[in-house]
Design a protein around this ligand. Structure first.
Ligand SMILES: C[S@@+](CC[C@H](N)C(=O)[O-])C[C@H]1O[C@@H](n2cnc3c(N)ncnc32)[C@H](O)[C@@H]1O
Length: 238
């Protein structure tokens, strides 16, 4: 069986679209106005943002139009190279690096925003989701904003998954066959989201999307939160 790096590299090589379109949840989150969503739209211009696990870079035109200074990471050199080609073709300046959720190749307190669009819950071998959270917190400035989607109950991706304890599961029946054998952190409820993120983050706005696309159920929690001012004490900084 291929590992997730090989699977995703093959996927991004074969699925290399000329045009990309942003995800609806991110358009709604960045530009929409919802009573329980706390996100100041006046702070985007020139703010430094990390697109963690940027995939095909579909969200860059949106981020660029909103004024962000775009950075990104992906898990293989080939996906990074494809991203650089696409950014060039789109005329969007980006800084892209090789990295993972638990090893983000940027310095401490660097970003005003991090987005993780269906990416922060991928947990590498020998790691836990807590390692990912610690790393996301490390690269955000104090009170920097994390914007993420997370797997919610009932989604097809979790069908028949193996429970590894502490919210971690091994994927067994990925509808696209890409991530079988990979470890995800799943979330049971909005309370589970807030409890899990609260060692490093506060000011939680949590949404919930449930869609069925031709038989594939996609259930997500949407999360906007802020890095706690003292989330990453100076003596722990790497
Ligand atoms: C479902 S895709 C989402 C891509 C893009 N963010 C989007 O919204 O379309 C997940 C992406 O996460 C990347 N990924 C997989 N494991 C990762 C890890 N451990 N750290 C960071 N990114 C990872 C994959 O290469 C893939 O491009």
């Amino acid at each position: 069986m291929k590992n997730v790096k090989e699977s995703y590299t093959d996927f991004h090589v074969s699925h290399n679209p000329k045009h990309v379109y942003p995800s609806e949840w991110l358009i709604r989150t960045l530009l929409g106005n919802y009573p329980n969503l706390s996100l100041d739209k006046n702070k985007y211009n020139k703010a430094r943002i990390l697109d963690a696990g940027f995939g095909d870079g579909r969200n860059w035109p949106l981020l660029r139009n909103a004024g962000f200074n775009i950075h990104g990471l992906e898990i293989t050199e080939k996906i990074v190279a494809l991203g650089l080609e696409r950014a060039d073709a789109l005329g969007i300046p980006v800084i892209l690096r090789l990295g993972t959720n638990s090893a983000i190749p940027f310095e401490n307190d660097y970003f005003d925003y991090v987005i993780a669009s269906s990416s922060c819950y991928y947990v590498d071998k020998g790691e836990t989701f807590s390692d990912n959270l610690k790393e996301y917190s490390r690269v955000l400035k104090p009170e920097g904003v994390l914007i993420a989607t997370l797997p919610a109950p009932g989604g097809s991706i979790l069908d028949g998954c193996l429970d590894l304890g502490d919210g971690h599961v091994e994927i067994r029946n990925d509808p696209w066959g890409l991530r079988n054998g990979y470890v995800f952190r799943q979330f049971k409820s909005e309370e589970d989201v807030a409890t899990t993120f609260s060692p490093y983050f506060d000011s939680f706005s949590v949404g919930h999307c449930c869609d069925n696309f031709y038989g594939v159920q996609i259930n997500l929690f949407l999360l906007v939160c802020r890095k706690k001012p003292a989330a990453f004490p100076a003596d722990e900084k790497q």
